[in-house]
Ligand binder design. Structure first.
Ligand code: ADP
Length: 186
């Protein structure tokens, strides 16, 4: 499922993000940057030890990565050239700034990609696993943020994709995609 908006293709894909060829894939990391479960574990397992080494160097120099911020490493053994690590919020009922923090995780990842001249970027569904963000609301934040950043940085990106691990997650994003992306003007 895809749609071209202001010259950038926005795509929804069902699959495993560690198999995606892109200038960057995004990791739903935690602040320690030392790996974890879910997509984080999968990326480090497939990407090999150099990614963790780079994360360790980053933490030694800058400290842990705050929620909503992003940093970049190479892609190690992954087909993707780079990994952008960002930290989504833990969902605590929705009244603790979770929506703004989730939006910021997507935005900061894209700004970092732009800074590095990376034109194709694939995201997992940040915060909707162990961090328990309701997926329908997370889909709305994710897709609206991609759309806003594309409009604010026209020409910066060729292809931005959301890679959903399960068919159920894909279906939720697909419904939101129709509402937020396919039917929009311009
Ligand atoms: P968080 O801690 O941000 O919630 P998780 O990794 O627990 O991160 O979950 C985020 C999303 O990533 C979940 O929807 C989960 O199904 C998905 N996920 C897990 N493994 C992969 C993978 N290999 N590729 C794409 N998405 C994945």
């Amino acid at each position: 499922m895809e749609h071209v908006f202001k010259g950038t293709t926005i795509a929804l894909v069902q699959g495993d993000i560690t198999t995606v060829e892109a200038d960057a894939i995004v990791n739903a990391a935690n602040s320690s940057l030392m790996g974890g479960g879910g997509v984080d574990g999968a990326i480090h397992r497939k990407g090999g030890p150099t990614i963790l080494d780079e994360c360790r160097d980053y933490v030694a120099a800058h400290g842990s990565l705050p929620t909503g911020e992003a940093m970049i490493t190479t892609g190690g053994d992954l087909p993707a050239s780079h990994v952008i690590h960002t930290v989504g919020p833990v969902y605590q009922g929705g009244k603790h700034g979770e929506f703004v923090k989730l939006e910021r995780a997507y935005t900061q990842s894209l700004l970092l990609a732009k800074e590095h001249g990376l034109k194709t970027v694939a995201f997992p569904s940040i915060s909707t696993g162990a961090y328990r963000f309701p997926i329908d609301e997370a889909a709305y934040v994710a897709l609206n943020t991609l759309k806003r950043v594309i409009a604010e940085h026209e020409g910066a990106f060729d292809r931005l994709s959301m890679v959903l691990f399960s068919q159920a997650d894909f279906d939720v994003y697909a419904a939101t995609f129709d509402e937020v992306i396919t039917t929009m003007m311009g």
